[in-house]
Structure formats: structure tokens, C-alpha cells
Design a protein around this ligand. Sequence first.
Ligand code: DAH
Length: 348
Amino acid sequence: MSNQDMDTQLASIQEEFKVKSSEVKSITDVDAINDYFFNRKKGKLTNVLRGLKSIKDPAEKKNLGKLANETKIEILAKLDKLALEYKSTTAKMSNFDVTLPGKTPSLGRIHPLRQVQEELVDIFYSMGFSVHEGNELENELYCFEYLNIPATHPARDLQDTFYVKKYQNSDIEEVLRTHTSNMQVRIMEQQKPPLRIVVPGRVFRNEAIDASHEHTFYQMEGFVVDEDVSISNLTYVLKEAMSKILQQSVQIRLRPGYFPYVEPGFEADCSCVNCDGKGCKTCKYTGWVEMLGCGMIHPKVFESAGYEAGKYTGFAFGIGINRLAMLKYGIPDIREFMKGDLRFLDQF
Ligand code: DAH
């Protein structure tokens, strides 16, 4: 093959490729073109490239070699592009089953504890309460001292409370709050009665974990302070709130309970929503489920807040949100909330 021949051959290869590639209809056509030009034995371009070896003049050889190589690169690039195009359309077409139902993207959900908390907030808001957030890191004055919880009280033991460090280099300890009651005196210091407040939030206890105990859980503190607040106001508010959140009319029963910041203090039970008070496993066959602690605010608490002695009365309560969610949804184990198991969370 003369050098002149090689030149024209390359030109005709380019021409031929142009025609052939414009006629491609499928990936098989692309493969055929590839074979036509690049077959190792009889490919048209393979032959031309092989012919380069026989050119004697080095300058000529360089020139033609360059041209042949450029042609090769150009054709290969175009073939690649065509292959990609036809492969993906055939792949798309062959896998596309129009009768298949669409894929539903999995959506995030609001955690059941948050749902119950938000519902409670709405209920209390509708009864004229305002909502406050509070500190999770607290000093022992607001968490204990101002609430009439003496240093000897078991709640202040290391085994019940996470102590963090000394408060601002003083003798006062900082703790992870053990209850949302820490916000009572903080809010009373800032606002004067009449007060109707709820404080939802996270609390921490240094205790062993089992099906009914967690180290981290959620509460909602509530309190009302005015000049003539009575226990019947307390029971009315609790009955309304519990009936709304549990979506049926419930009864409230108060039993004596000891909390240093209320006098009298009560454990409030709610008639069992599972059996309507008749007795079942949920209520341990008593017809009642223990719901929350509450009572009439102790004068010492008003004193801590700097309120005039004897002027105000009020009630306070602390709802365990985890416990309420367990009752509402029939969840047997408190640990489910923190596991992060999507199969559990997807149910709400
Ligand atoms: N702080 C209590 C607890 O964590 C709940 C509680 C009881 C709150 C009585 C109150 C109350 O406001 O009056 O178990």
C-alpha cells in the first residue's frame, strides 16, 4: 500500500464511518461497526494501522501515524457514545414494566413521644395555658432546693441523679434535671400570677433500665397560680386533659402522695381506657392506671419565688409523657422509644 493510498483510505474510512453511524438503530449495529473497523484480523482500520509499519520515510511515517491514530481515537469515542446511548435505551425499555405499581418513597414520621407531647401542648393551650421550654442542665437550687427537697432526700442521691459539675465554681452542683419541676420557680421568678403554664421536656435519672424505667424520658410539668385555686380546679383540668388525649371520657382519682413541693400531694389515677374501669392486665385488674403526681403548691415554693406569703394558691402536676404514650398506644416496654427501630416507629 503506497503512502498516498493510506491517506485516501483513512479519508474513506472516515466517510464510511459517518454513513454507517448515521444508520445505527440498536446496540447490535454499534457492535457490528466496531467489528467492521477494529476486528483484530480483518478490521478496516486495523489493516491501515498495520500498514504503517512498512513506511520507510520516518517523517512520512510520523505524519500518517498521527493521522491514523486521530482517526482511530475519534471513531472509538463516537462508538463509545453510541454504545452508551443504545445500551441505556435498550436497558430502559426491557426493564420497564408499565403494570408495576410505583415505588412509594419511605417518609419520615414524627416520633410517638413527640406526637403525644404536641397533642398535650395543644390541649393545654386550648385551656389557656402558655407553653415554656426549660433548661436540661440545671443547678441543684432550682431542681431541688427551691422545691423544698432537702439535701437528705433520696432523689438527691448520686444513684438517682446525674451530677455534672460544680455550678460556676461555687458550692452549688449542676445536674441533668431529674424532672421538669425545675422550671416552676424559674418561671415564677419571671412572671407574676395569674399563671397557667406547661413545660414539656426531657429529663434524666441515674437508674437501672428495664421495661418500665429509662434513664432519659419526657415529662410535662403544669402549674396554675392565682388567688383562689382549689383541688377541684386541679381535678377538672386533669380530667379534661386526660379525656382529650386518650380520646374518651375518663375519671380521675386522687390518692395521697408525697412530693415535697406540694401540700397536700397526690398520685392521680385515671380510669383504665383499656377495660373502661372493669379490670384488665393493663390496670392490673384494679380499673385504675397510675398517671401522674400532683398537688397544691407548697408555701415554701412560693417563698423561693419571692411571692408574698399567703397571697396565692396554686396546683402543680407532672405528667410522664412516655407512660402516657405507652398507655395510649398499648406499648409494653418503655425501651422501644429510644431504640430507633424503624419497624416500631413506622407504626405511628
Ligand atoms: N416531679 C415529679 C416526678 O418527676 C412529678 C410531679 C409530682 C410534679 C407532683 C409536680 C407535682 O408538679 O406536683 O416524678
